[in-house]
Design a protein around this ligand. Structure first.
Ligand SMILES: Nc1nc(=O)c2c([nH]1)NC[C@@H]1CN(c3ccc(C(=O)N[C@@H](CCC(=O)O)C(=O)O)cc3)C=[N+]21
Length: 289
């Protein structure tokens, strides 16, 4: 292996410490303690783990933890009512609807009931539109965390060739927008891309969020490229990403591990967004791009 590791756990710790400091400052100035509300519908075991980790991190940063648990059978109106109640509660700075929700629910319609200034996932039409227009707003946690990681490792984005594999609403699309805002040249690839490896070899920075285990091998990575693996797959021998780590680490200059790369940053940026949301609601300017 010749690549250096991008240590997401270490950077996430730094972000979480910053947030904890920011929370203490806000409270010392007489502000309201920020609070995060997580909503979990159903009993998907992976979602349970993620939500538990988010709640713990939130409490550890000195924020209030509000949690609502609904059964798999919950109806659209019931979830909407829970969101409405949290929306009206000024102790709640951020609302996170854990995805995916059970198939009979319309997640887009539900997300749009979250007030945009409490939308700590950055998934409402309002915040997505603000990002597309290059205006301030709350940004999706995973792509925001990736930009932060690249900044910490001094990976230049202006003028860089960035290739994003995946076009999901949660990661791929906002990722492309965020690096575009940082003046990268962006290519977005997906399942219909004709020659994926060829497209990926353009990349100075390759960001893989396809949700396909081991999709990307060394043939898709230019020597010296920076590779960010957003995938998480639970196998018999632990967690894997979308990238064949051993192979890619031979040619990349920097690479994120799974676990310990992007995942911890997602949670750290959620806390960051919750603090920004609380400040916004208490009269500060909208979170800066
Ligand atoms: N509304 C919504 N917002 C999300 O941000 C959201 C979501 N729904 N649904 C699911 C995905 C996934 N996600 C992760 C968060 C933390 C880790 C994480 O901490 N990963 C650790 C490993 C943790 C483990 O052992 O599973 C790591 O990579 O080191 C991973 C994945 C947030 N998501």
């Amino acid at each position: 292996m010749s690549a250096r590791l991008i240590d997401g756990t270490a950077v996430a710790r730094r972000v979480r410490d910053e947030v904890a400091k920011g929370v203490a400052e806000l409270v010392a100035q007489g502000g309201r303690t920020p609070g995060l509300a997580t909503i979990l519908v159903g009993d998907d075991p992976a979602s349970e783990v993620y939500v538990r980790n988010k709640r713990r991190a939130c409490a550890a940063a000195g924020m209030r933890d509000f949690h609502r648990r609904l059964p798999t059978t919950a109806r659209q109106e019931e979830v909407r009512e829970v969101i409405a109640e949290l929306a009206a509660d000024d102790q709640v700075s951020g609302i996170l609807l854990q995805l995916p929700v059970p198939a009979h629910l319309d997640s887009e319609a539900l997300l749009d009931h979250i007030p945009y200034d409490k939308d700590v996932d950055g998934l409402t039409v309002k915040n997505v539109g603000r990002l597309a227009q290059g205006r301030p707003g709350l940004r999706p946690c995973t792509p925001a965390g990736i930009v932060r990681l690249l900044d910490e490792y001094e990976v230049p984005l202006a003028g860089a060739e960035v290739v994003v594999v995946g076009r999901s609403v949660l990661v791929g699309r906002p990722m492309a927008q965020l690096v575009l805002a940082r003046h990268a040249t962006v290519t977005v690839c997906h399942s219909r891309t004709k020659d994926l490896a060829e497209a990926c070899r353009r990349a100075d920075v390759l960001i893989v969020a396809a949700g396909v285990p081991q999709l990307i091998g060394r043939d898709a990575v230019r020597r010296g490229a920076v590779v960010v693996d957003v995938g998480i797959h639970r196998g018999d021998e632990g967690l894997h990403g979308d990238v064949r780590f051993e192979e890619v680490a031979e040619v990349a200059s920097l690479v994120t591990p799974v676990p310990g790369g992007v995942g911890p940053m997602t949670i750290a940026m959620l806390l960051h967004n919750t603090l920004e949301a609380a400040r916004w609601q208490q009269g500060s300017a909208a979170p800066a791009a």
